[in-house]
Design a binder for this molecule. Sequence first.
Ligand code: DUC
Ligand code: ZN
Ligand code: ZN
Ligand code: ZN
Length: 464
Amino acid sequence: MPLDLVLKNVKLFTIAGPFEGDIGIKDGKISKIQGDIQEQADKVIDLSGKYVVPGLIDGHTHMEFPFMGEITADDFYYGTKASIAGGVTTIVDFVTPAPGQDLVSAYQKWRSNADPKVVSDFGLHMIIRQVNSKILEQIPDVINKGVVSFKLFMAYKNELMLPDGELYKLIKRISDFGGVTGIHAENGEIINELIQDFLKEGKVDPVYHYYSRPDILEIEATNRISSIASMLGKDVKMYIVHTSTGEATDIISSYRKNGFRFYNETAPHYLMLNTEFLKRSDGFRYVMSPPLRSDEQRTKLWMRLASGDIFTIGSDHCVYSDAQKKRYKEEVPPFHEIPNGVPGTETILPLLFYFGVKKGIITMERFVETTSYNPARLFGLYPKKGVIMPGADADFAVIDPNKKVRISADVLHSNIDYTIYDGIEVEGWNTMTIRRGEIAYEDGQVIAKKGSGKYTPGKTPILL
Ligand code: DUC
Ligand code: ZN
Ligand code: ZN
Ligand code: ZN
């Protein structure tokens, strides 16, 4: 039986270093990796001059997300088209139950939204916004459906925030069934106080979004939840999503050095942009939580990405059109009414490659580790995803390391007409995405069909 596809002259990057040779693919899976494959194949692609990495796993997206009175503009079709174009072969999206909705029916709703539309493969996390006996009972039920990672909020009072006692109860329950708990770590009580104070003083511009959510409130919440989770012992798996400060990263790292399975993620916008963007006339586009921080914090995050203290990169892709961001008004609304979220799934690869690898801050090994290997392990997708070895899904991003691109909405695939990285120039761009052995994207064109992505259930996360 001939192979389906052979990738020739591949310069492949793995967590263990580079490899040069050929990759044979059969039935959507990697079948062999060797210096020179002579075997018959239906199709052969010569990748000389390109860099090949495992398909990225974007472990943090919000497609069709109902939040702050709006539903995000990227549905599972547009959103995963953007992912695939950016070399992301798998997303892990957040199931968000409606107030009062149980977890199993929220899971079913997410599958019925996603399955007919997805272009990339996808896994699911579960947000829990309230605690009752049915919710607690259904935690093992959704874990059995492959939803092994959860997200709990310490902020967004009156919408998603949970008090410490409920956080404790949920982390314990999730952990009892082998799941991993993600935490949005910001002190929502104090943020709420600061918001009210600014509004009373008439301080409503987007930059007050930042002033109402100072660094210390992320650091405090990270410290508090780490203390709480540590009471439950060293088998508890917890990760802090979208960390925006070096100090919060250091708290997590020091627990990890003491044997706790605590991890954290950062997002590209915290590496790339600073608070000044909130002061622009289009500052409303840059409202996300946690907020953009100082250049000092950006540097701290890059350093911790390089050192391995930051475990994963997730985009927090959560897209609102300008009209949604402005709540359909002429004037920019007060900062606390602007829906929180920014695009990002399509630009993880070029930003991290150019500003990280090409600028000499991180290695290709670290690139691969934080964008595929670690998210695969954390979200229970390993070793089907996130690793290049026989039997694993044949998911790859093919980077042209010399291709120069000026980023603009025109070159991206989201369902909005702006990007927060407008005008930024990079050298290095994803030119082909291979998803389960098929060419899903090539040279600006998304080829994979609507609904051709697959649900990839998570298994108990493999973490040392
Ligand atoms: N932060 C955002 O910016 N958007 C979605 C939810 C969140 O925590
Ligand atoms: Zn049950
Ligand atoms: Zn969050
Ligand atoms: Zn998010």
